[in-house]
Design a protein around this ligand. Structure first.
Ligand code: NAG
Length: 444
C-alpha cells in the first residue's frame, strides 16, 4: 500500500458512506474500509434472516420454517425513515444516488395519547378539523395554528402576527394560539420531531421550520411525510458507496483495523490493516474505530420484533411510524415505533417488522420499551439490544481524525444528516453547498 490517500474512511455506516461519496465527487482520493463482511456497520440491514439470528447469539437453524425464504428478509438494525423534503433526500437527489434506489412512502404517521390510544397525526388544515385527537374548540385553534405556521415567512414581518422570531420561544407560540399541553405535546414531538421538551424554552424559529418541513413533506405524497427504500436502509450506504467508486474511491470489506497511525505532531498519517499501513492525510470514521477519541453520552435500547400482522389500530397500514411523546408516558425522552413489511421488500409476504426504540433512562432499559411493545400485539420473535451513544471528544481539526456520532433513537434521518454536514464543515472549513454537488455530478 504505497499510495497516499487524501482520506481513509473507516466503517460503512450511512454517515461514512455519504461522506466518502461526497468527498470522492469532490476530487479527493478515498480508501474506504470496514471490519465487517457487510456494508452498513451499525446501520446495516441484515439478510438473509439467519444473519440477524446469529447477530443476537442464536443459530441459523433457529429461524422457523414458517418465516419463508430467508433471502426475502432485510432487517434494519437501526430503523429510520427519510422525510420527503428532508436533508437526506436533498443529498440523494443532488448527488444522483437516487438512480440506484427506489422509494415508497410510509402508509401512516401516528401519535400516542395517554390512555393507550394512537391517532393519525393531523398535519394539514382538513385533518386538523376531522381528527378525534382533540375537542372541537381545540381543533379550530389548532387549524389556525397550522395555517399560521405554514404562512410564516421570516422575510415578511406581516406574517409574524405578534411573534418576534428573534426573541419568542416555542412555548410563546403555543400560548399565543391557546393550545393545550396535549396539543403542544404532539405538535412538538410528532410534527416538529423534537426528542424532549427542552425546545419549548428555545427560539421558536426551529420549531416553525420543523413543522413546515413535516407539512411540505406530507404534501409531496399525501399519506405520510416519510419515505423508505425498497430492500431496506442498507441500500442507502451502498448507493453512496457506488457513487464513491464511480469517482475512483476504493472499497474494502472484512478488513481488521489494527491501528491508526499519527506523526510526531499528533496528526494522522496512516491506517494499519492486516499488517500493512496505508498512508493518508485525513481519517473519517464511526466512533467504534477510535475508542480513545470518543465518550459515551447516553444509551439507546431497541427491540426488533417480527410479527405476522400489522400494528393494531393502524387501519392495516403495511408500514407506519408511531411517536409516543415522553409526557404521555411520564418519561424524559420519546419512544419511537416503526413498522415495515413486504410492501418495502424487507420481509416475506404476511410478515411485518416492528421496531421500538428509546433513549435509556433507567437501569432496566427493556422495561422502558413497554408502552411501545404494548401497541404491537402478539410477537413471533423479539431481539432487544442496548447500544452506547458515542460522540467525539474533539472536532478533529488537530488530529485530522473526524469522527461521526452513533445513531440516536429517532426514526427519521434529520439528526443523521445534521451530523454528516457537521463533519463535512469540520473537515473542509466550509458549509456544505448542495448546488455545487449537483453541478459536479452532472458534469461527469
Ligand atoms: C392507513 O391508515 C389510515 C388511517 O389510520 C387510512 O386512512 C389509510 O387508508 C391506511 N392506508 C393504507 C394504505 O392502508
Amino acid at each position: 500500500m504505497d499510495e497516499e490517500y487524501d482520506v481513509i474512511v473507516l466503517g460503512t455506516g450511512l454517515k461514512e458512506c455519504v461522506l466518502s461519496g461526497l468527498l470522492s465527487v469532490n476530487g479527493r482520493k478515498v480508501l474506504h474500509m470496514d471490519r465487517n463482511k457487510y456494508y452498513g456497520g451499525e446501520s446495516a440491514s441484515l439478510t438473509p434472516l439467519s444473519e440477524l439470528y446469529e447477530k443476537f447469539g442464536l443459530k441459523a437453524e433457529d429461524v422457523p420454517e414458517s418465516f419463508g425464504r430467508q433471502r426475502d428478509w432485510n432487517v434494519d438494525l437501526i430503523p429510520k425513515f427519510l422525510m420527503a423534503n428532508g436533508q437526506l433526500v436533498k443529498l440523494l437527489i443532488h448527488s444522483g444516488v437516487t438512480k440506484y434506489l427506489e422509494f415508497k412512502t410510509l402508509d401512516g404517521s401516528y401519535v400516542y395519547k395517554k390512555g393507550d390510544k394512537i391517532y393519525k397525526v393531523p398535519a394539514d388544515e382538513k385533518e386538523a378539523l376531522s381528527t378525534s385527537l382533540m375537542g372541537i374548540f381545540e381543533k379550530r385553534r389548532y387549524r389556525k395554528f397550522l395555517i399560521y405556521v405554514n404562512d410564516f415567512d421570516i422575510n415578511d414581518p406581516k406574517t409574524y402576527h405578534g411573534i418576534d422570531p428573534k426573541t419568542a420561544t416555542s412555548q410563546d407560540l403555543y400560548h399565543k394560539h391557546g393550545l393545550d399541553d396535549n396539543t403542544a405535546d404532539f405538535t412538538g414531538h410528532a410534527l416538529a420531531l423534537h426528542r424532549d421538551d427542552s425546545y419549548k424554552q428555545e427560539n421558536v424559529l426551529d420549531t416553525i421550520e420543523r413543522i413546515k418541513l413535516y407539512s411540505s413533506s406530507l404534501s409531496r405524497y399525501g399519506k405520510s411525510p416519510y419515505l423508505y427504500p425498497l430492500y431496506g436502509l442498507g441500500e442507502l450506504p451502498q448507493g453512496f458507496a457506488r457513487l464513491s467508486a464511480i469517482y475512483g474511491g476504493t472499497y474494502m470489506l472484512d478488513k481488521p483495523i489494527e491501528a491508526i497511525v499519527y506523526d510526531d505532531n499528533g496528526e494522522v498519517c496512516g491506517v494499519t490493516s492486516g499488517g500493512e499501513t496505508a498512508k493518508c492525510k485525513t481519517v473519517v470514521c464511526d466512533p467504534t474505530y477510535v475508542k480513545d477519541k470518543v465518550k459515551k453520552v447516553a444509551q439507546v435500547v431497541r427491540a426488533i420484533c417480527i410479527m405476522n400482522h400489522p400494528i393494531p389500530r393502524t387501519n392495516d397500514n403495511s408500514s407506519c411510524q408511531i411517536i409516543i411523546p415522553q409526557n404521555q408516558v411520564g418519561r424524559k425522552s420519546d419512544i419511537y415505533v416503526s413498522c415495515v413489511s413486504s410492501t418495502h421488500c424487507v420481509a416475506v409476504k404476511g410478515f411485518y417488522i416492528a421496531m421500538v426504540s428509546t433513549t435509556v433512562e433507567t437501569d432496566n432499559p427493556e422495561a422502558e420499551l413497554q408502552p411501545g411493545l404494548d401497541l404491537l400485539g402478539p410477537l413471533k420473535q423479539k431481539f432487544v439490544s442496548v447500544s452506547d451513544i458515542l460522540v467525539p471528544i474533539d472536532d478533529g481539526k488537530k488530529s485530522k481524525v473526524f469522527v461521526t456520532t452513533s445513531y440516536d433513537a429517532t426514526t427519521h434521518f434529520e439528526t443523521t444528516c445534521s451530523d454528516i454536514l457537521d463533519v463535512w464543515t469540520r473537515m473542509t472549513g466550509e458549509e456544505f453547498d448542495f448546488s455545487k454537488v449537483q453541478k459536479d455530478v452532472e458534469a461527469n
